[in-house]
Design a protein around this ligand. Structure first.
Ligand code: ASP
Length: 336
């Protein structure tokens, strides 16, 4: 996922407002308002795996899981584990940038085709939060475990602790600290892997995993582990997942909204566009500056997909048929 974050940078971070300071655009130009209705890359067809951002290895492993007889649930877990273990990915799992106190905290959730859900928030020291979320779903009567409790559960389940900081995340953290001493200016990097899959039995599952916004307040949890916000799956309809400034996605319950729009007849593309427009209309109606990024991807039961973002620069990976490719998503606002 390297290289995809340039548009997420240059955020003004104040100590009081870290959580809403991410991924700003300096100037915005509204684009043509009409809904595109059709995503040129979208056509029906299963199985498929689709993920936020350039994440071709994740979609590849997800598809391999399906081809070798695994379920959509196995597929999304396998896919999410790729960036979680990637030291070069500074916004998910190992190598993820820490919060403002220098601590890496992870959020993840997973949903299967039966409507089961599992989630972990504010989890530390565990390489694969998505697998812990799956265990929460499969082995506890709960949906969400947080912080110390989530860690304790992970240890009981046999997960091992490790340092999630890498040399480069330590360097970035030190640089951030130095800059903050002088002028309270930092840099916000935050992306997420959201991954959806449909297997040969037409079962839909989804997973979402992140280290959240870099330099966030200690204790901050974003949209990614929140069922309905960062991820939602309804096997009768489809699924959606998000990336970008989680506060906006939580306040609009974005992924659930998209699935409900599809339930009422919208295509995945129309549903993603409506959800993004809702965010723009509610929070940035006057256009304004410093519009943060939010991006959604969605699939319906037939295997059609949609993708749309608030600000240009969002892309997604799609493995369908014989092709595994990255596509640029359409966006509502052109920030240049
Ligand atoms: N949605 C994530 C969060 O707000 C981060 C991101 O995708 O940029 O924690």
């Amino acid at each position: 996922m390297n290289g995809r974050r340039t548009f997420l940078k240059n955020a003004l971070i104040t100590t009081a407002a870290v959580s809403v300071a991410g991924c700003t655009a300096s100037a915005v130009e509204p684009k043509d308002e009409k809904t595109s209705k059709k995503n040129p890359n979208s056509h029906p067809g299963i199985p498929l795996a689709i993920a936020t951002w350039p994440n071709l290895r994740a979609t590849d492993l997800a598809m391999q899981a399906i081809v070798f007889g695994g379920s959509a649930l196995d597929a999304v877990e396998a896919g999410a584990k790729v960036p979680e273990a990637d030291a070069g990915d500074s916004s998910v799992g190992y190598g993820g940038l820490p919060d403002k106190t220098g601590v890496v905290t992870l959020d993840a959730c997973i949903m299967d085709d039966k409507g089961n859900a599992g989630s972990v928030t504010f989890l530390q020291h565990i390489l694969h939060p998505i697998s812990v979320a799956r265990r929460v779903m499969e082995k506890t009567p709960h949906v969400m475990l947080s912080g110390e409790g989530a860690l304790q559960f992970a240890l009981e389940e046999g997960f091992k602790t490790q340092d999630l900081m890498t040399d480069s995340s330590r360097v970035a953290w030190n640089k951030y600290r130095e800059e903050m001493q002088g002028k309270a200016i930092g840099e916000a990097n935050h992306d997420t892997i959201g991954i959806l899959a449909i297997d040969r039995q037409n079962r839909i599952s989804g997973a979402c995993s992140t280290s959240g916004a870099a330099w966030k307040m200690h204790g901050r949890v974003g949209d990614s582990p929140i069922i309905g916000a960062g991820l939602y799956v309804d096997n009768e309809v489809g699924a959606a997942t998000s990336t970008g400034l989680g506060e906006l996605v939580m306040k609009t319950v974005g992924s659930f909204l998209i699935v409900e729009l599809m339930r009422n007849g919208a295509t995945p593309q129309e549903a993603c566009e409506t959800a993004v427009r809702r965010i723009r209309d509610k929070y940035f109606a006057d256009g304004g500056k410093d519009v943060p990024q939010v991006g959604f991807i969605a699939v319906n039961k037939a295997g059609e997909h949609g993708a749309y973002s608030l600000v240009n620069g969002f892309s997604y990976s799609l493995y369908q048929g014989e092709t595994n490719e990255v596509y640029e998503a359409e966006s509502l606002i052109n920030a240049g």
